[in-house]
Design a protein around this ligand. Structure first.
Ligand SMILES: CC(C)(COP(=O)(O)OP(=O)(O)OC[C@H]1O[C@@H](n2cnc3c(N)ncnc32)[C@H](O)[C@@H]1OP(=O)(O)O)[C@@H](O)C(=O)NCCC(=O)NCCS
Length: 194
């Protein structure tokens, strides 16, 4: 989980740049904020997300590290999980780490966690049609197309959101194996056990 100690490093990554400023990959354009507002905005986001976690609506936001170095965040968001057994993945990497296959590995890891350890029955994603990197990750992990929606992006830009869905049997695991710690506490918290 993203912890308070991770937040200054995540801010530094975001201030360094997550994407071309001319583009906007996020539904909520949080990277458009002036650089000096990112520390409080990001701290508020992670604190709010953590404090708002309940059985009915929870997010697992994980810090992504390689050899100890922080690279970005891989998250999954759910609502009414005990009924729906679905959740939406979301992620970002600092721009200097793009294009090395890390996005594919961290999304695959989250999907293995979801299906093998947290009793998900499907996982969804959504990416703007002009975000080939996110769509590339979804394709490589095994998601299938699940429709399109028109959305307003930034002030007046009309963007097409491509929806994607992954079934457990479609997950492309590659050579990735994961080790999980703290599972019993998480399963109890989200109402799966006990
Ligand atoms: C989306 C993101 C996490 C992907 O991570 P990544 O490590 O760059 O992706 P990968 O290196 O695993 O690439 C996955 C596939 O997409 C392809 N791809 C990546 N960037 C691409 C681009 N700009 N154009 C075309 N294809 C691209 C890769 O080639 C790869 O396919 P291949 O192995 O068949 O060549 C990362 O680009 C990112 O943080 N982007 C900004 C934030 C964002 O868009 N978040 C998602 C919002 S929905």
């Amino acid at each position: 989980m993203v912890r308070d100690d991770d937040i200054p490093e995540l801010v530094a990554l975001a201030q360094d740049g997550i994407h071309d400023p001319a583009e906007m990959p996020f539904f909520f354009p949080w990277t458009d904020a002036p650089s000096e507002e990112l520390p409080i905005n990001m701290a508020r986001h992670y604190w709010t997300s953590r404090a708002a976690n309940t059985r009915d609506k929870w997010s697992l936001e994980c810090a992504v590290r390689r050899d100890g170095e922080l690279l970005g965040v891989q998250a999954i968001d759910t609502e009414h999980f005990l009924v729906t057994r679905t959740g939406e993945t979301g992620s970002w990497l600092a721009r200097r780490f793009h294009g090395q296959g890390i996005g594919t590995r961290m999304r695959t890891a989250m999907c293995i966690l979801a299906f093998d350890h947290l009793d998900f029955e499907e996982v969804t994603s959504g990416a703007f049609a002009d975000n080939p990197a996110s769509l590339g990750v979804s394709r490589k992990v095994g998601y299938r197309d699940n429709g399109k929606t028109r959305l307003k992006r930034r002030d007046a830009d009309r963007a097409v959101l491509r929806r994607l869905v992954l079934q457990p049997d479609d997950l492309i695991r590659g050579d990735l194996r994961i080790e999980v710690e703290g599972l019993a506490e998480v399963r109890a918290f989200i109402g799966l056990d006990g």
